[in-house]
Design a protein around this ligand. Structure first.
Ligand SMILES: Cc1cc2nc3c(=O)[nH]c(=O)nc-3n(C[C@H](O)[C@H](O)[C@H](O)COP(=O)(O)O)c2cc1C
Length: 201
């Protein structure tokens, strides 16, 4: 089965809700999610890095703090520099998600940081693939899919309330569909990975 690693940080549990829903989507697509939570900046990242290396696709996730990925996630990203020199993640599929309090909140910048991390490792980016909602502002509600209208990755919005109730249902379902999309893309991608093609590169 195709393995999709979901590596994420979540300071207060809201981004973790999305990680769990992405994992559900991967399972719904008949594939295997590997949830890898970054706990803190001081931890040893070796096991997470090994499990990413063993996966077919990786979804990076972080809350947006001060208009970028959280500092803890950035420490993890810097710790992957050793992998950069080996090229071990080159040609894996990658995707990303974030969550923040404001509708905009500069979370597009956090997603951009995740795309750059993937690009530096030579990974191939899978975008959200879900059109922004074609509804009026008045019609847009907690059940609306891709509620904040993101393209490059999953962007969710959480109020200042418990992760049990926010982000809302539409963001959670968007995350599940994103998991399905990444898993299906990974199946197609690994099916096409013939050794002869790699040797020709
Ligand atoms: C240090 C810090 C910085 C934040 N910066 C932003 C920000 O730039 N934009 C925004 O919309 N929300 C910002 N927030 C709100 C968080 O993105 C929001 O609470 C989010 O749901 C936290 O996710 P988590 O529970 O996974 O940590 C910030 C929160 C913290 C703690």
């Amino acid at each position: 089965m195709t393995k999709v690693a979901i590596v994420y940080h979540s300071g207060y549990g809201h981004t973790a809700v999305l990680a769990d829903k992405i994992a559900e989507g991967v399972r719904d697509a008949g594939q295997t999610p590997v949830l890898l939570k970054i706990e803190n900046a001081a931890q040893d990242f070796a096991s997470i890095i090994e499990q990413i290396t063993a996966a077919d696709a990786v979804v990076f996730g972080a809350p947006t703090y001060m208009g970028d990925v959280s500092g803890v996630f950035k420490v993890f990203a810097d710790a992957t520099a050793g992998v950069f020199f080996t090229g071990a993640w080159k040609d894996k599929l990658a995707a990303g998600f974030t969550n923040s309090h404001s509708f905009a909140g500069d979370k597009g910048h956090a997603l951009e940081s995740l795309t750059i991390l993937a690009a530096q490792h030579g990974m191939n980016w899978v975008n959200l693939g879900l059109a922004p909602p074609g509804v009026t502002a008045a019609e847009r509600g907690p059940d609306t899919l891709n509620r904040v209208g993101s393209f490059i990755g999953l962007a969710a919005q959480s109020d200042n309330a418990s992760p049990e109730i926010t982000p809302p249902a539409g963001d959670r379902e968007t995350a599940r569909l994103f998991g399905v999309r990444i898993a299906e893309a990974a199946v197609r991608w690994t099916r096409g990975a013939q050794p002869a093609l790699s040797e020709a590169a």
